[in-house]
Structure formats: C-alpha cells, structure tokens
Write a protein of this length. Structure first.
Length: 278
C-alpha cells in the first residue's frame, strides 16, 4: 500500500513531524494495524518531553543509616515509620501542572560478580507538603498523589496532573535496608521552584532559597507560604488509577516470569553440562 491510500494520515504525520525527511532510508517504516498486532505483542512508547518544560535530573542512592537519603523501604510494605527517611526531591508549582517522573536503576546484568542480577523492586510516591517544610516527616494512607506501584524493572515512570502546591517525590525500594543507586528524571509542564529536600530539618519552617519570608496577617498570625489544594480524586479517577496499578502489576509479573524462565534454562544447561562431564 502507498501513502496515496491514506491521504489524511499522511497530512497528520507531516504536521506532527515537520522536519522529517520523507523517503529517507533511516530505518523508519510504517505498517498496517492488522500486520502490527500479528507480528508484535509488546509495545514501548517513548514520550518526548517538550523543551519548554522544567527538566531536572538527579543521581542518588539509598544509603545505610541515613535519615534523609536512607533505606526506608516502601510505605505499602509495612514501612510507614521509616518511609520518610528515603531520598526526597521537592518542587513548588503555582499552576495546575502536568508532571512526568521516571525513576531508573542500574542494569545489574552488566555488573560482574553479582549472584543476583535481577533488578530491585523500586518505586516512588508524590506527596504534598504542609506549611513550608522541605521534607515529609510522617506518612499516612491518602498522602500520596499517585498510585505507587513497585516492580523489578530497570525503570518505573508515571505522568500525573497536580494542583498548585508544594510537593516531594519520594524514591524508595520495596524492601527496607537495601542499598542501591538510582537516577530520577523530573519534568514539569509549568514554571516551578525546585528545592533540595535531602537535608536535615531542625523542626523550624524552611523555605526554598530566594523565597520571601512568611507574611503576617492583620491578626499577627503567620500566613503559610505554601497552601496545598485539598483535591480528592473522583470515583472515575480512582477506577483509572486502580486499573493502571493492575496493568503494572500484571506487567511486573510477566517480567518476573521471564526472569525465572531464564534462570531455569540456565540451571538446566548447567545440569546437562555436569551430567555430560560425569
């Protein structure tokens, strides 16, 4: 089939890809939907972050015996008390924003000498902050703005919409007391103040560098610099979040099954080699 058979699609693609050199032999190809679903069973989508978005990249670790970049584990894994010791990365937004977050870990398959080459179960939680604190000091159900799902994957990502306010991204492993290094990509669609949350707080109010001090109302009481919109997700949003969590869980189970299948094949091969030698 030729492009002349799909004139509307060609116009749409030309609009989406104004700088693409049509006809170039660069490995790009197009196929019908029927052929696609017959030949492929996994689809990976690459979301290109617009240049005008706020983009921050971090390299961190879950360090031993640290109260700010520690190994607190996941709150959903009975680690609510230690969860606030995990690494946190904060940002403040003044407008409703589209936020894309990606947490990655090193590929253990390239690390020689490791008996367990499988990836750790990692995930993240986006939490609102109250007052002007830079860290979350207590965690309870309903604090998360997203549906945290942990998987033994190289990377986990999520795109969420947040109301104006002050937030932290809390990165953690599923199990507590596990060392690891990670990369965090934080992308925000509107102007945002980025601040370091991986420092000890003395209990007093702390605001990002360059921020004005708290104003005082007519009664002399301080006005909090950050006001968090208390927005509860509607029933449809909860259903959507639950379905996404189920999809991720199924995907993670499939990934774990593939890892186990690979291990079984390796064990069978080793067994066969030993039997051949004997």
């Amino acid at each position: 089939m030729e492009w002349t058979d799909y004139p509307k699609m060609k116009v749409q693609l030309e609009t989406m890809l104004p700088n693409y050199e049509w006809g170039a032999d660069d490995g790009t190809f197009f196929m019908t939907y029927e052929d696609f679903i017959e030949q492929f069973n996994i689809l990976n989508l690459l979301y290109i972050i617009p240049d005008e978005w706020v983009q921050e990249k971090y390299m961190g670790e879950w360090a031993e015996e640290s109260t700010v970049t520690g190994q607190g584990g996941a709150a959903i894994n009975l680690n609510k008390e230690t969860f606030p010791t995990n690494p946190m990365y904060g940002f403040s937004i003044s407008n409703e924003s589209d936020v894309h977050i990606q947490l990655s870990q090193k590929d253990k398959r390239w690390m020689t000498g490791k008996a367990d080459y499988r990836s750790m179960a990692i995930g993240f939680c986006v939490c609102e902050l109250t007052g002007s604190h830079l860290r979350l000091h207590e965690f309870w159900d309903g604090k998360c703005q997203n549906m945290p799902v942990y998987g033994q994957l190289r990377q986990v990502a999520e795109r969420i919409v947040l109301a104006p306010g002050n937030y932290v991204v809390i990165c953690s492993t599923y199990n507590a007391k596990v060392y690891g290094e990670f990369y965090l990509d934080l992308n925000i669609s509107t102007p945002a103040d980025i601040f370091d949350s991986n420092e000890e707080e003395d209990g007093s109010s702390v605001v990002p560098e360059g921020a004005d001090k708290e104003e005082e109302s007519k009664t002399g009481e301080p006005i909090p610099r950050y006001k968090i919109a208390n927005i509860k997700p509607d029933e449809e949003s909860l259903v959507s979040l639950t379905l996404r969590a189920m999809q991720r869980t199924i995907s993670n189970l499939g990934s774990s099954a593939n890892d186990l299948r690979t291990e079984i094949e390796e064990l069978e091969k080793r067994t066969a080699d030993l039997e051949a030698k004997n």
